[in-house]
Ligand binder design. Structure first.
Ligand code: NAI
Length: 270
């Protein structure tokens, strides 16, 4: 059901790789709520071509940008403002990648060149996106920026490895930049801490099946889906949440507040 919550708003969506991506669901939902969007992803991801389907459905241009390149981000924001004929109201940062996890290197045997890349792509990129927007004065007052994160930033999930550290940094950047952008332009910046979700990035974590089933059983409402995450993000892009900023918001069916559930207890008694 659509409520026109984003009528007249213009936004940039990072990270729609394929139909399973959380960003894909969010792009669809934003347009359903009346927004105009620009889609972006790394040039290498665009070569898959899947995003063109989404671009067609959402009537959105696709502007390539590697989040590790300032030049690409400058071009993205400049071209997006040209396309919209004005400034931007919302940005979704839905980007993550761990090179050590990908290459099967455990947390106690990290390759630090890989780690630099992981932190650059998954966390520093949020700073780079925000600083680019800030310097170009690309965001309207009361604009809203959301980045996606995971509870491994607060608690240990061993196979999440260095991504846990990347997410802790990402959440810190949201808080710190949220202060500066709030003071100067009333721009709000939050992270959504999402349940495990079956996507390309999600499934890359070792033992993901066990991980997602455990979270399902540990959450009173069950795991939140990508579509439900898109709904929540739309609410944060809307004018109904104007005073929410610098927060890490759990969207996890209650997982983060649960010590144990009967389901899990019963498994342990077997
Ligand atoms: P996904 O694999 O569909 O999306 C990750 C995106 O990051 C891809 O579109 C990829 O092309 C993009 N990306 C990677 N390197 C890039 C670069 N250098 N420049 C620009 N884009 C780049 O997976 P998903 O799950 O939709 O991931 C989105 C976000 O949600 C990530 O931050 C992820 O950590 C977070 N998240 C995912 C959860 C899950 O279980 N799937 C749970 C909690 C958070």
């Amino acid at each position: 059901m659509a409520y026109n919550l984003l009528k007249g708003k213009k936004g940039i969506i990072f990270g729609a790789l394929d139909e399973n991506s959380i960003a894909w669901a969010t792009a669809l939902r934003c347009v359903e709520e009346g927004a105009e969007i620009v889609l972006t992803n790394a040039p290498i991801a665009l070569r898959m071509g899947e995003i063109n389907k989404l671009a067609e459905i959402t009537n959105a241009p696709v502007i390539p940008a590697d989040v590790t390149s300032l030049e690409d981000l400058n071009n993205l924001f400049t071209k997006s403002m040209e396309h919209f004929g004005g400034k931007i109201d919302f940005v979704l940062h839905s980007v993550g990648m761990s090179l050590n996890v990908r290459k099967g290197k455990p947390y106690t045997d990290l390759d630090y060149d890989f780690s630099h890349k992981t932190f650059d792509i998954s966390a520093m990129s949020l700073h780079r996106v925000l600083q680019t927007a800030y310097k170009l004065d690309a965001l309207n007052e009361w604009a809203s920026v959301v980045a996606l994160t995971y509870i491994a930033a607060q608690r240990v999930f061993p196979d999440y490895s260095e991504m846990a550290d990347a997410k802790a940094l990402l959440e810190s950047v949201a808080r710190s930049f949220g202060y500066h952008y709030g003071i100067s332009k009333k721009v709000r910046i939050n992270t959504i801490s999402q349940s495990p979700t079956r996507t390309t990035a999600g499934s890359g974590v070792k033992g993901f099946d066990g991980f997602i089933n455990y979270a399902e059983k540990m959450s009173p409402l069950g795991n939140a889906s990508a579509k439900q995450c898109a709904d929540y993000t739309v609410s944060l892009f809307s004018d109904l949440t104007r005073m929410v900023t610098m927060q890490n918001l759990f969207h996890d069916g209650g997982f983060s507040s649960t010590g144990v559930t009967m389901d899990v207890m019963l498994q342990m008694e077997k």
